[in-house]
Design a protein around this ligand. Structure first.
Ligand SMILES: Nc1ncnc2c1ncn2[C@@H]1O[C@H](COP(=O)(O)OP(=O)(O)O)[C@@H](O)[C@H]1O
Ligand SMILES: C[C@@](O)(CCOP(=O)(O)O)CC(=O)O
Ligand SMILES: [Mg+2]
Length: 393
């Protein structure tokens, strides 16, 4: 049987980086997904099953990860996993953080995997995969295929969508969570709250391996969907009465969240008082933005004033992100270009390149066309949709 789980990427409307330091942030799911499909293979070495496995695997099979978008397949013989990690039985309950010893053993398991130099950043994702797989299922043989609509390492939460979809597929295959709600005809089904909580906890541990010090906002919004306010691990669902329309521009300048988050923390330790004031200002922006999003706006005038306020708050947040040192010349190009059309933009995610949000009252094809003429890529997305969904086939 195959289990498929898909989890959305996200945009952060306000509060990235500051949220790592305890400020509030506002994020929403977008309709670009990462899908993990998992097929478990027979475990026991019996005459009936051993034909499936190669001799060099000791006849015990392998754990395989097929990253379709990168056209790369990685494989670890189960015997090698057992040798490195011990006899793991797999765990259905709440996760324990990955110990430094396990992390070191996982790093050794990367040796011999052929990761092209240009894609060396994938090793963090592979480590998160091995941690999640072996912790949840032990060293059982299986094949996982991952496909994603999301640009990787661009601020749209691909790391979280990877960890959430993977945790969803693994926990479903282990029997720890089951497909709950979902109307008969629908292929994709939603989990109940407790199951989502469990998936989210595992995904957070995976994010820790990729990000170092994640706030938890990305995995939470990818798991639960919708639009949320997030502060110190606490999540509040925001009921957005009118759709928020955003254009996303990927500058295609590569960056790495772990390094950017560490850079902001270093700046904070050099200038603790100044950065505390910046984080505090971001907190106020996120709080105000979340209350504006929830305001009912029945008439045109109310909608316009709501959008003006959102735009002003995003502009202020962008200025504070510049204070944190995470803007980039490509981001500034998007800001300048959108301003020509009287539109406001801010970076989203960790910055340093990656994606920029532009608040659009109505979709302006002209801005997108001009931005694409600089070599950037534009996405028009639905904001605030579903979180994790699973299907068995
Ligand atoms: N589909 C995927 N397959 C393998 N690894 C992935 C995938 N998506 C994300 N990752 C991992 O997450 C990293 C990108 O995460 P990050 O720097 O946080 O950027 P973002 O989350 O904004 O895309 C990649 O370098 C890789 O290690
Ligand atoms: C910078 C940060 O606030 C968001 C990072 O998002 P992304 O990985 O760049 O999509 C970090 C975090 O909250 O964990
Ligand atoms: Mg990330």
């Amino acid at each position: 049987m195959e289990v498929r789980a898909r989890a959305p990427g996200k945009i952060i409307l306000a509060g990235e980086h500051a949220v790592v330091h305890g400020s509030a942030a506002v994020a929403a799911a977008i309709d670009l997904y990462t899908t993990s499909s998992l097929r478990l293979l027979p475990e026991a070495l019996t005459p009936a099953t051993s034909f499936c496995y190669a001799e060099e695997d000791g006849g015990a099979g392998a754990v395989e990860l097929d990253l379709r978008d990168s056209a790369l397949v990685f494989s670890w013989p189960c015997s090698r996993l057992r040798g490195a990690l011990g006899e793991l039985s797999g765990k259905a309950g709440a996760p324990a953080p990955c110990s430094p010893d396990k992390l070191a053993a996982i790093a050794k398991l990367m040796e011999g995997q052929e990761i092209p130099e240009a894609k060396i950043w994938l090793s963090a994702g592979l480590s998160a995969f091995l941690y999640l797989y072996t912790s949840i299922l032990g060293c059982r043989p299986g094949k996982t295929v991952v496909i994603s609509d999301l640009p990787i390492g661009a601020g749209l939460g691909s790391s979280a969508a990877f960890c959430v979809s993977m945790s969803g597929a693994l926990l479903t295959a282990s029997g720890a969570v089951g497909t709950g709600r979902g109307s008969g005809a629908e292929e994709w089904q939603l989990f109940g709250k407790d199951d989502l909580e469990l998936v989210n906890q595992w995904a957070f541990q995976g994010e820790k391996i990729i990000h170092g010090k994640p706030s938890g906002i990305d995995n939470s919004v990818s798991t639960f969907g919708s639009m949320i306010k997030f502060k110190k691990g606490e999540l509040t669902n925001l009921r957005s009465r009118n759709p928020v329309k955003m254009l996303i521009t990927d500058t295609r300048v590569g960056r790495n969240t772990k390094a950017l988050v560490a850079g902001v923390s270093e700046r904070a330790s050099r200038h603790p008082d100044a950065t505390a004031s910046v984080f505090n200002a971001v907190n106020s922006i996120s709080e105000e933005l979340s209350s504006i999003v929830e305001l009912a706006a029945e008439d045109e005038i109310a909608i316009t004033s709501k959008e003006d306020k959102l735009a002003e708050l995003m502009e202020m947040n962008q200025g504070l992100l510049q204070c944190m040192g995470v803007s980039h010349s490509s981001i500034e190009t998007v800001l300048r270009t959108s301003l020509k059309y009287s539109l406001v933009s801010k970076l989203t995610g960790a910055g340093g390149g990656g994606c920029v949000l532009t608040l659009i009252p109505t979709l302006l094809e002209k801005v997108a066309t001009e931005l694409e003429s600089y070599g950037f890529r534009c996405f028009k997305v639905e904001v605030g949709g579903r979180g994790l969904q699973v299907c068995r086939g």
